[in-house]
Every structure is written in C-alpha cells, then in structure tokens.
Ligand binder design. Sequence first.
Ligand code: ZN
Ligand code: ZN
Length: 361
Amino acid sequence: MSHASRRTALRALVREAGLDALLVTDLVNVRYLTGFTGSNAALLLHADGDARTRFGTDGRYLTQSAAEVPDLVPVIERATARALIGRAAALDVAALGFESDAVTVEEHRALVDAAEGVTLERAPGLVQQLRVVKDDTEIDALRRACAIADAALADLIAAGGIREGRTERDVALDLEERMRRLGAQAPAFESIVAAGANSAIPHHSPTGAQLRRGDLVKLDFGALVDGYHSDMTRTFVLGPPADWQRELYDLVARSQAAGRAAVLPGTQVSDVDKASRSVIADAGRGEQFLHGLGHGVGLQIHEAPALSASGRGALAEGMAVTVEPGVYLEGRGGVRIEDTLVVLAGAAEPITLTTRELVEL
Ligand code: ZN
Ligand code: ZN
C-alpha cells in the first residue's frame, strides 16, 4: 500500500468527521502518510485530494523532502503548522481538524492565532485508526526487524556472549551492536538486560552488575528497521535451573501459549489478556504479574491496541501485537516471554522466532 492510498483511506474518515481538511502534526503520522523521515514536518490533508493537499517542512529538509515526498506540493517554512494553516482558507477549507491529542497548549494557541477564516476542530486519533491495521509493506518491515533481533540473539549466544562475569551493560551493548551490524538502524528501545534479582524488575536498565551462575537472565529488546520496531523478550538461566526457576518458567510459558492462542480476529483485547493472565492467577501468582499482557507495535514501540484488562475493542486481521506475560519474585528473579505476532484468520503468526523453551547457558 502506497502513502497515497493511505491518504485516500484517511480522507474517508476526515469527511465522516465533517471536516474539509485535517492538519497532521504528529511526526509519526506524517511519516505514515507521506514517507517523510525528518524531524520537522506537518501535513494539510485536504478531503478533496492530493492536488489541494500541502506538505510542510523547513529548509534543512529541502533535498530530503523532494526525494521522500515527490507527490505533494511542498511548503518550506520553519513554523510548518502555522504556514499550512495560513494557506487553508485559500484552499477552500472552512472546517479544519487538528490532532488535539498531539499538540501542547502552547502549540494550540499558535494554531488558533494563525487560523484566520478557518474553524479549528478537535480531531484526535484519526490516523491512529488506520495505523492499527498494518498493510503488507508494514508487515514486511516488522518481519525484517524481528528477523534481525532473532539473528542477533542467536549470534550473541553462539559467541558465548551471555556468560558468568559479564555485566548486564556488556551484554546489552554487544546485542545492540550485533543488531546494527545485521542492518538495524538502531535498537527499537533501550535494551533490557536483567540478571539475578534484577530480572524481577519488569523494566530494568542494564547496570554494571555481573552475571552469575544460577541467575535468571532476562533480555527484552528489538531492532528498528525502516521506522518499524520489533519487540521480543527471552529469559535464560546460567547453568542448570533450580526447581523454582523451572516452575516459574513453565508457568509463564503456559500463560504465554494461552495468550498467543487467544490472539484471533474478533476477540476482545481484554479477553486475550484474561486467557493468559488466568493461567498465572490459577497458580496463585496473579499478584506477581505486574503489567498488561501486550501492546500494538509498528512505527511506535507501544501503540494501539493495548492488550490489557482495561483495554477496549477487538482484534482485527492485520494488527501486530505483542504477548508478554511475566511473573516477578522480588529479590529472587523473574521470567517474561514475549513475542511479536501478526493477527491472521485461523491463528496468529509469531514473527519473533527464537525458541521459547528454557535454554541453559
Ligand atoms: Zn519488550
Ligand atoms: Zn513489549
């Protein structure tokens, strides 16, 4: 699906909302609709079509925007959103929607000042409604991001990179460098490497703590490819697992399998959470599962839909979501297993493929 066809799909929502145009200022949404990857841009998406749609950026991006967005009329000015609003009335825009979920109070004031002859209307979440279902280009980028993460982890293990005496930070840096060498633009987020008691902290930042024999070692990381994020967690044990470690691992693995099996089009996101969480709750460890089950993933590492008890709405074919239950025993250690999956009819397809068996290193 091209950027132009995404703009066409958005026009239906803009018209449905009773708007003549939508001012898109969220950079991720601008990228989704135009392909532009720079740090300053806005889009005045006219409901009539591309001929009256304007793309705004500043002089630093003159060359880049001509290459990335060859199909829209550019407006080159530093204050992009104001410059586009100033042109709206001349493009026969009366009702102009803006992304009220993406502007600060100060930015809103500036928009109101610039909106002469135009009525500004709050229009949150319109682009996100489209982004939640991925097209083939996006699924392909997600697959490549996941494949790099899988390959980097396999290389790290083969090189003996997760071993006694190394620090959490050593392991994180090594993993991130391997992802970059395999083609990632960057890590998808700050990699989590958490050993021993630190593995019981869901979002632990890697420290100088050394890995020791008998530790659970939890790695949560991903690669960024063409703007798309992969997300995977695996938990290993250094040496033979103790009974409590194996029990914990098996419990989380069963919960994760139940969660994956529940990822189907039409299923309420809260029911997916429940399918996975109930396995842990039935084992008396519900209190030690400290977070939601998962989240959508795409141009952002965390995006809609939220797979949680309070999440609303149902899954649909083409969504990309994570399933990541965890159980955390404070002061001892924790286990999380996370995959990125594509929602398909019949069964979800995991696109992170590293084994989910307990691996002794
Ligand atoms: Zn993760
Ligand atoms: Zn995640």
